[in-house]
Design a protein around this ligand. Sequence first.
Ligand code: ADP
Ligand code: MG
Length: 458
Amino acid sequence: MVDTIWPEFLKIIREEVGSRTVETWFKAVTLKSWSIDQKEVYLEVPNGFVKDWISTHYLVLCQTHLGRLLNIEMPKVTITDARNFQSENNLVKVATPMAPASFEKSKFALVKAPVAQRSGYTNVGYTFDNFIVGPSNSLAYAAARAITERPGELYNPLFMYGSSGLGKTHLLHAIGNSIKAQHKKSIVLYQTADRFVSEFISAIRFNKMHSFEEKYQKADVLLIDDVQFISGKDQTQEAFFHIFNILHDARKQIVFSSDTVPQNIHGIAERLRSRLAWGLVTDIYTPSLETKVAILKKKAEQSNEVISDEIAHFIASHAVSNIRELEGALVRVIAFASLTGQLISLELAHKVLLRPVTESTSKSVDFKRIVQCLQKYYPYDLSALCSKDRNREVTFARHVAIFLIKRLTNKSLRDIGLFLGGRDHSTIMHAFERIDNYMQKTPEFSAKIKLIEQEILR
Ligand code: ADP
Ligand code: MG
């Protein structure tokens, strides 16, 4: 059974978190066993780093989907670090996984059991304690800390902006967790603007406006992530405006994150824009090399690994534009070392990070070159790609173009949208995911895309 459950699980989460995450993190994890009686699932990972990462970022995901596959409602997920286990037990290899305890008793079926809703809650793994402060984020950090001392009183709203992967979501959750720790009764609501929009739409569709509004209006702390995604959604904005006013009047704390300053969020009503900037607007920018090195060393230390300055420097300077990528690079190095039983050396880091065509190689390709190369495979020129033509073939070629641009350049979703005829970022995101998923399902197509990619990078 283990043989089929785990691949099935990977397939499902690939849809949700993308293949990159699956490759980086979940490929290193093994499903050891589970117990329906104890409502527990046992996973094994190669080292403490992967363990921390999975526990911090993907625990709910594991609970939800493994739970569903194994027919255990929200099981406890226990993750063991294979390396520790081996050394403590002084064993060379732990060969036999425990037999799934009471598996036989239960009827195993791939039923869609109701799952606990993750939406709305803060992620307890993101705290101030494990947020590393440096010049690039110290203002945002200080502001975030300050509002947790006196929620609703100091900066309201607090608006934090910066590029992707620099810690905005982390800080939002940290604020929520910290306030909740101090005031047990306060209602802390975290939501991404995307989800807010879709909740709103379904509230309208199913006549649930009242409970939708009520849910948000009774929040003591409202954390809205990636608020830029509310752009162009006029009706949602109106509902949001209303909620904002009620909360703000009642001195409830509101915090936003965004990829840009309020003035640059297009497609939102002026009155909402001005409210976004009412309190304090603060930015997070790309960390300097020194900060990156500090982050790496701290992260390694947190998972009981030691990396030398030299190696930290190498990782930090190797094509990593944000902290998410930085963590990814570090974990690949650590995981590779532990999987192959080698010490972490500069040479090893080289080997792992300088693989040909990884997701973060050469981010300096330009849009035009991508479109040019693409044309050999999909016969549409730039004006066709930019047009409003929704013919299936053109649309598909356009989606491939979006996918390649996003993968091979550093451009934001917004920039890509602007380049391709002024499309909005959610369209771009959707197109990217569509191609990404299609590649997973279709090896020939995936090979074709890799070929085009190589040609572009040549
Ligand atoms: P954003 O929301 O800005 O795109 P995230 O908050 O999701 O970025 O951060 C991406 C990853 O990097 C997360 O795993 C987060 O924990 C980590 N991270 C970002 N900044 C820091 C920091 N200063 N210290 C520790 N971890 C960080
Ligand atoms: Mg985020």
